[in-house]
Design a protein around this ligand. Sequence first.
Ligand SMILES: NC(=O)c1ccc[n+]([C@@H]2O[C@H](COP(=O)([O-])OP(=O)(O)OC[C@H]3O[C@@H](n4cnc5c(N)ncnc54)[C@H](OP(=O)(O)O)[C@@H]3O)[C@@H](O)[C@H]2O)c1
Length: 239
Amino acid sequence: MIMLGDRVVLVTGATGGLGRVVVKRFLAEGAKVAAVYRSEDKLKDLKDYVGGSPALSGFKADVTDARSVASMVEAVVKEHGRVDVLLNIAGGYTGGKLLNEAEETALDQMVTLNTKSAYLCSRAVLPGMIERNYGRIVSVSAKNATPRGRRAGNIAYAISKGGVITLTEALAEEVSKNDITVNCVMPGTIDTADNREKMPEADTSKWVSPEDIASVILFLSSDASKAVSGASIPVFGKS
Ligand SMILES: NC(=O)c1ccc[n+]([C@@H]2O[C@H](COP(=O)([O-])OP(=O)(O)OC[C@H]3O[C@@H](n4cnc5c(N)ncnc54)[C@H](OP(=O)(O)O)[C@@H]3O)[C@@H](O)[C@H]2O)c1
């Protein structure tokens, strides 16, 4: 068991298919979880899903908006005193069209949601981490951003998740003198209820479970991984 003690863990995308499982796992490990949400209904679902833990608190924000992110982080620090761990899980997918058919806005949308969100949230927690000389940042990229995951119709998404890898490597370098690590995971298709509904014919045995991804994120958030920074870890399942 990897103990997190009473680490304060800020989780974006906490109400999503992967985020909710990560939140549950971190609570089970003793962390205080500050969950970023957009809709009250989804926060309530998350609270129900984890069994109403008092160590879970919700903070509303649009992670693509710098001002919203800044006031959210300020609110978390006001309530918990600090952010020890940031998990950049918020993200999304638009795709399915070849570049010659794709909308002009697709790239902006993907980069804003998947890359800028991680950039803004990391930027907002860093001053506190540098001041206390401690921090763990774990972001979620995707297999599609790697040579093994290249697929037709995914260019904007792949670029945006490639940006998460670049952010991870470059920021790890920037904070290498501090006890702050910056890593990301690159999931293949995740076995979520959403994906099962959208792809009813797919071979789900190849998908990666959110629980398995949560275990890797937990390791990267713990003191056990203090020697690992700038890494992009494949969590492809059997794909
Ligand atoms: N699903 C897959 O197969 C797969 C594969 C590889 C990588 N990934 C990546 O893994 C991560 C989690 O995926 P998932 O399947 O759990 O996705 P999901 O179920 O769609 O959850 C996405 C989460 O991000 C939040 N979010 C989206 N836009 C936001 C914004 N502007 N401000 C604040 N929060 C926002 C959503 O909030 P709401 O609930 O309010 O919408 C939700 O909590 C994403 O980064 C995704 O790109 C997923």
